[in-house]
Design a binder for this molecule. Structure first.
Ligand SMILES: Cc1cc2nc3c(=O)[nH]c(=O)nc-3n(C[C@H](O)[C@H](O)[C@H](O)COP(=O)(O)O)c2cc1C
Length: 374
């Protein structure tokens, strides 16, 4: 590690009070030895091919970013029903597994590690993305505000169909199947996406969950689906290769809860039973301001008996502070990894970061994807 240049950077940014950090030092995560504490966040880039299969271009993209302590893959649907955007990858067919194997092999060859983020979007979808144009599903039949991203452009969301009680076991089985596929595809572990207003979050929060069966109402009931998924996925991979992402105070995808602290402190306490690899939180509004109720994530972290990964709006300064004050074990960067494949090195040396324009985020080919200078 280049301590001298980091010191210079701290000095130049008037951060002299910061001690030399362990941000760039190895970290043990379950059975894995991460090269550093900087995590590449899950980033949907909407560049999968026919059959929602990833190919060599995606492998090149991930391999370019292998110096992250750990890469979290873009959100990856566990079934056709779980799909909500054009050109996102799946992880439930043999072709999809073979496609992902190109990425995991390339990342491992480049010395990196990669988890798959498992995703079911629930109501954040559109019939045109579903098998036989079926309605998307959710906890309750409540339409989100906003528009779905389909192959023909943005179209208003529709009112989803509320899942029948006896359908839920089938979706839990889909998560387990996807976890098995991730293992076969060579991923080092999986992150269950229970954030940002997607299906599991739709069950957790009381604005979207108006059910009266054993999956709705009390906290215990609203958490049941998420915890069943965690149990099933841990069964497949071993819990030390499973993480979870939550976004307790984010309104992403038109979601809210009347008591975020009550809901998520309960969920986190329940998660302790699994001894997961980590808890990953989007702190504040996803891709938006870090407007966080006083002490929320400090308290949440203290309730979790394991590794805490923090995300949202982190830069070097905030990451150093988080480590100095021990507010997080791992720091996850999203957007900065798009335009800076060698983000870890740039943070270490103080090289200025490139800002990837929004037009390059979703869809297209190599331009704005694999052509950033390393
Ligand atoms: C282009 C783009 C795609 C994203 N895709 C995902 C995703 O697939 N899964 C997810 O959990 N979050 C996704 N996010 C959110 C990021 O993981 C992260 O939470 C957010 O960008 C805030 O972190 P940052 O300030 O470091 O960028 C995405 C964000 C962006 C900008």
């Amino acid at each position: 590690m280049n301590l001298a240049s980091l010191k210079d950077r701290c000095t130049s940014k008037n951060l002299m009070s910061l001690p030399i950090t362990d941000l760039f030092q190895p970290f043990r995560l379950g059975p894995l030895e991460l090269a550093n504490r900087i995590i590449m966040g899950p980033l949907t880039r909407a560049r999968a091919g026919k059959g929602d299969v990833q190919g060599p271009l995606n492998a090149e993209y991930y391999a370019q970013r292998a110096s992250a302590g750990l890469i979290l893959s873009e959100a990856t649907q566990i079934s056709q029903q779980g799909k909500g955007y054009a050109w996102t990858p799946g992880i439930y067919t043999d072709e999809q597994v073979a496609g992902w194997k190109l990425s995991t092999d390339a990342v491992h060859k480049a010395g990196g590690l990669i988890y798959a983020q498992l995703w079911h979007v629930g109501r954040i979808s559109h019939p045109s993305l579903q098998e036989n144009e079926k309605l998307p599903v959710s906890a309750s039949a409540i339409a989100p505000q906003g528009k779905a991203f389909t192959e023909t452009g943005f179209v208003p969301f529709v009112t989803p169909r509320a899942l029948e009680t006896d359908e839920i076991a089938g979706i839990v089985a889909d998560y387990a199947h996807a976890a098995r596929c991730a293992k076969t595809a060579g991923f080092d572990g999986v992150e269950v996406h229970s954030a940002n207003g997607y299906l599991l979050d739709q069950f957790l929060r009381d604005q979207t969950n108006k059910r009266t069966d054993r999956y709705g109402g009390s906290l215990e009931n609203r958490s049941r689906f998420c915890l069943e998924v965690m149990a099933a996925v841990c069964d497949v991979l071993g819990s030390d290769r499973v993480g979870i992402r939550l976004a307790p105070v984010s309104a992403a995808n038109d979601i809210s809860d009347s008591d975020p602290w009550g809901t998520f402190s309960y969920v986190v306490e329940q998660l302790n039973q699994f001894k997961l690899a980590y808890l990953h939180c989007v702190e504040g509004q996803t891709i938006g301001p870090r407007d966080i109720p006083e002490g929320f994530f400090v308290k949440l972290r203290s309730q979790f008996e394991g590794v805490y990964m923090a995300n949202n709006g982190y830069d070097l300064e905030l990451a150093l502070k988080a480590r100095r004050e021990n507010l997080a074990d791992l720091i996850c960067f999203g957007r900065p990894f798009i335009g800076n494949p060698n983000l870890v090195e740039k943070l270490r040396t103080g090289e200025p970061l490139l800002d990837a324009p929004r037009e390059t985020w979703y869809g297209g080919g190599a331009a704005g994807y694999t052509d950033w200078p390393a």
